[in-house]
Design a protein around this ligand. Sequence first.
Ligand SMILES: [Zn+2]
Ligand SMILES: [Zn+2]
Length: 143
Amino acid sequence: MICNNYRMIAERIRKMGKRLTKQRMLVYSLLMSLSKPATVHQIHSSLIKRKEKIDLVSIYRNLDFLEKAEMVCQCDFGDGTKRYEILDVKNHHHHIICRNCGRIENISMDEKKLVKKVSDKTGFLIERHILEFFGLCPKCLKI
Ligand SMILES: [Zn+2]
Ligand SMILES: [Zn+2]
């Protein structure tokens, strides 16, 4: 199995009362092992490399299920390509993306003050936010 968290993942899916299929486990545990947002094609080629038999259509279908089950979420970096990652409220983070090489890093930060500021200013109860950063990574800066 791809991920040593197999039992934990299996338990999580079972608790949600969902049917545990091999393919859902495959896609989910692959995303866990990558720990970075991945495109459908990246997910597909990683699984093929690991000798798993799964086609693109099935990956789309399984991602759709996992997204509705709020186990996986989409990231939009404004380049027209959908990326997926594990949705974990305990691991809330943002991304920084290199516009030259496409490198993606996860970043955790304390934005409580910022969220409060927006809430105070607008009177909104803020339920979620998306905050992504774009630029050039240190490697690309040197070129
Ligand atoms: Zn945040
Ligand atoms: Zn770069």
